[in-house]
Design a protein around this ligand. Structure first.
Ligand code: AP5
Ligand code: ZN
Length: 223
């Protein structure tokens, strides 16, 4: 089983890369933010709870977040592993994930950190457009759709995420530095962290990620 724990600040390109990796690796993307937005759209109790935090750019409490991700990881399509996008985000979440993975048979775990300066994160977030139907993300400047405002893949309208206003973006970046960057050391100490330069074209980031993941699989096989 292979678990890719994609780290990186808001707008670092986790979602973009997770979607590409799904195809190269044949394991699904499990994105906590997308799962929350699905609950929000379906107006579930969890969606209503999460909305309050997402709107402010704060983290949703660890217990409900872990329970939601754990349930998703039990689906049949995760039988060979998953690409975790946006989870874990706190040490408590990482510990809960570790104890869940310790019950799996010989999981290979790698934590690539897509790093970018915060001013680039802001530019990435402020130009992002998301498809209402398929969730594909575009960027006004760095990856625009062929027809403005319309998804290239299914013709659906594109929208700007509610938490992509400037105030919430800045708060999300701050929360990332305060609460999530300590996790980098957590994975570094366990020799699972690999630094990936996120400030390059999407294809180059993808290439570096695939190389790092294949190295991790090889090292694991020889141990
Ligand atoms: P979440 O949905 O996870 O948002 P995020 O971490 O802020 O990450 P984003 O989705 O904003 O960015 P991304 O890194 O995926 O970048 P993308 O690929 O879109 O979380 C939202 C909220 O949910 C949180 O604030 C919190 O409240 C809650 N939440 C979620 N998980 C939680 C957890 N575990 N615990 C507690 N609360 C949680 O790319 C950004 C833009 O850049 C796009 O427009 C893209 O086209 C463009 N782009 C991407 N790569 C490149 C490139 N190489 N060059 C140029 N442009 C690029
Ligand atoms: Zn679409």
């Amino acid at each position: 089983m292979l678990f890719v724990v994609l780290m990186g600040g808001p707008g670092a390109g986790k979602g973009t890369q997770a979607r590409k990796l799904q195809e190269s690796l044949g394991i699904p993307q499990v994105a906590s933010g997308d799962l929350f937005r699905e609950h929000l759209n379906n107006e579930t109790e969890l969606g209503k709870l999460a909305h309050r935090y997402i709107d402010m750019g704060e983290l949703v409490p660890d217990d409900v977040t872990f329970e939601m991700v754990r349930e998703r990881l039990l689906y049949q399509d995760c039988a060979r592993g998953a690409i975790l996008d946006g989870f874990p985000r706190t040490t408590a979440q990482a510990e809960a994930l570790d104890s869940f993975l310790s019950e799996m048979q010989d999981p290979v775990i790698i934590a690539p950190n897509i790093h970018l300066p915060s001013e680039v994160l802001l530019r990435r977030l402020s130009g992002r457009l998301t498809c209402k139907k398929c969730g594909h993300v575009f960027h006004i400047e760095f990856g625009p759709p062929e027809v403005p405002g319309i998804c290239d893949f299914d013709g659906s309208p594109l929208y700007q995420r509610e938490d992509d206003n400037e105030q919430t973006q800045r708060r999300r970046i701050q929360v990332y530095y305060d609460q999530t960057t300590p996790l980098l050391n957590y994975y570094r100490r366990r020799e699972l962290l690999v630094e990936i330069n996120g400030d390059q074209p999407m294809e180059a980031v993808h290439r570096d990620l695939v190389e790092a993941i294949h190295n991790a699989i090889e090292v694991n096989a020889t141990n």
